[in-house]
Design a protein around this ligand. Sequence first.
Ligand SMILES: C[S@@+](CC[C@H](N)C(=O)[O-])C[C@H]1O[C@@H](n2cnc3c(N)ncnc32)[C@H](O)[C@@H]1O
Length: 244
Amino acid sequence: MGRIIGIGIGPGNPELITIKAAKMLRKADVIFVPKVQRRKPSIALSVIKPVLEERDRPPEILELMLPMTRDKKELEIAWDRNAEIMAEKAKCDKLVAYVVLGDPTLYSTFAYLARKIGEKYPKIDLEIIPGVTSLTACAARSGVFLAEGNEILTIVPSDRDLEQIEEIVRYADNLVFIKGVQRLKGILPILEKVGFTKNSLVIIARRCTMPNEEMKIGRLIDLQSWFASEDYFSMAIIKRKGER
Ligand SMILES: C[S@@+](CC[C@H](N)C(=O)[O-])C[C@H]1O[C@@H](n2cnc3c(N)ncnc32)[C@H](O)[C@@H]1O
């Protein structure tokens, strides 16, 4: 009774869509595209556009509004509503796809939707097609190795509180700060306290592999003088040692 596939479409450059993801994008009857701001065009949709243009028959494309809020009640209502919309399509025997930037298993909205659909409609098949993550894409674009040997790589969502961040980064060799870099300067004293040095390597990547990509490569000491991008599609990679 129906099939819903969460498809990772990579970090932004259509060339980084996997063959398997492209195959499914050419086959799907309905493609759901997450959208956070009503007036701004969907980035995910622009990424998959070249693949969709190869189709003889266009799919039904539906944008799903996802509120950018921490209000749990508001979020629950949105997940329930969106899960219902997707399930309705799958129940009509349509092959349904939901696209996410990067990989669906890494901080993606597909997690909430898949859970809701799985609970309410256990007969719907839920699948995941992995994608190239923004973390690995940013590392590759800057020529940095994220982790070697027995190093600990820690992913820190920048909206965690400072006390938690201090605990988390204490044991990390290398860090990836996601969900924007605006709070990074505030975290600097914590990094120095737990042993990162002025010479630790810092990469700031904005819209990596997208047409307006920006990369900064420097040292922790440079961070104070760098302009912190307000763009949500930014991350920082920090390596305790100074080498790439
Ligand atoms: C909710 S997470 C989604 C991660 C995604 N599922 C993945 O596998 O890469 C969103 C965060 O990923 C990072 N991000 C996603 N795409 C990016 C890109 N092209 N360049 C830089 N950072 C990106 C940003 O830190 C952004 O705030």
